[in-house]
Design a protein around this ligand. Structure first.
Ligand code: GLY
Ligand code: MN
Ligand code: MN
Length: 357
């Protein structure tokens, strides 16, 4: 059985359990997961006995590569979905409740007979996607590898006086030259105090003599994301910066050491917080410790303080504690890790000792 078929078969069993005749999959990453189709306009009707992919004529050729049956629609995709659901006399149709807009819901409700129940479904495909197959893990690995290589190549181009956007452009150019389709998210390059914004947007700020440089970058390779943050010091590092960096690194290593199957996601977060608290820095750690990644840059599970979900082998996660001081700047250290049978493997090969450039 092909990988896509076995993914669909696993979900068909879930449909059965929930007494659903079909699930309308409208989230594009879920469509890709179930069929391999990567175009920008598609929905999938997942039936117990197979899947139907609906797309428009721009993607007719592209869709020939997809797994499952394809319907090329002349008008709105949902019009054809409604027809199919009617023709097949589907009684209970699930839909992805966080991924279907109000207008689309209204269109379905108006077009379907009253006897067809529309059932909201939460994160059914996303839950299965948390555990990566060997094939998926290999793609995440490659994404991580080329991302780290792009980072290394880009460092050669760091010069005083360059703008944040110059370095961001260099990074994204390198990624693509190395085989990425694109960046997995908008590359973050922040100089000096600008790095105090956890999700800073690169701008026209120029690199000064004693600035630090926060780079948060990820590649998308055959659909799969990587995610890494490093902080570099341009010129000599002050004692204070060195202390802060060491504390964040210690927190990150403690969190990584806590990653293993069976552990609650919140426990990993609390490990990072414990170390930063001991250093008196926990109030500057304003986000969660990490997140799953795969076909999306942010996916389940979330490594947040109170997350009860237990980690399992095959999950790919980021571990990324950070502290943000308005007057000084931000320091975040982020790796991509794979949960293994007994612990975890840090996939990111980029060194983490203090780097002065
Ligand atoms: N690059 C976004 C994040 O680290 O979550
Ligand atoms: Mn991240
Ligand atoms: Mn990141």
């Amino acid at each position: 059985m092909s990988e896509f078929k076995s993914r669909r078969a696993a979900l068909a069993a879930e449909l059965d359990e929930r007494k659903l005749d079909a699930l309308l999959v409208t989230a594009l990453p879920n469509v890709r997961y179930l069929t391999g189709f990567s175009g920008s306009n598609a929905v999938t009707l997942l039936l117990r006995e197979g899947a139907l992919l609906f797309t428009d004529p721009r993607y007719a050729l592209h869709a020939k590569q997809a797994s499952g049956r394809v319907k090329v629609c002349r008008g709105p995709l949902l019009k054809d979905v409604v027809e199919t659901v009617r023709r097949r006399r589907i009684r209970r149709l699930g839909f992805e409740k966080s991924r279907l807009g109000f207008e689309a819901y209204d269109f379905l409700r108006a077009g379907l007979p009253a006897r067809t129940a529309l059932e909201p479904v939460a994160a059914l495909v996303e839950r299965q996607r948390m555990i990566k197959s060997d094939e998926e893990t290999a793609l995440v690995r490659e994404s991580v590898r080329l991302n780290s290589l792009a980072f290394r190549q880009s460092l050669r181009h760091v010069r005083e006086g360059m703008r944040e956007t110059d370095l961001a452009a260099e990074i994204e150019y390198r990624m693509r030259r190395l085989g990425a389709e694109r960046a997995a998210f908008e590359t973050i390059v922040a100089f000096g105090r600008h790095s105090a914004l956890p999700h800073a947007q690169p701008g026209a700020r120029v690199l000064g003599r004693a600035d630090w440089v926060l780079i948060d970058m990820g590649a998308q390779y055959q659909g799969y994301a990587s995610d890494m943050t490093r902080v570099l010091f341009h010129g000599r590092v002050s004692r204070r910066a060195r202390q802060l960096y060491r504390a964040v690194l210690e927190a990150q290593l403690a969190a990584i050491a806590a990653v293993r199957p069976g552990v609650a996601a919140g426990r990993v977060d609390r490990e990072a917080r414990r170390v930063l608290k001991a250093a008196g820095l926990d109030r500057f750690f304003t986000h969660s410790t990490g997140h799953g990644l795969g076909l999306e840059i942010h996916e389940a599970p979330r490594l947040g303080r109170n997350e009860k979900l237990r980690l399992e082998a095959g999950m790919t996660l980021t571990v990324e504690p950070g502290i943000y001081l308005e007057e000084l700047g931000g320091i975040r250290i982020e790796d991509t890790v794979l949960v293994t049978g007994r612990g975890c493997e840090v996939l990111t090969p980029t060194p983490k000792e203090i780097l002065e450039i």
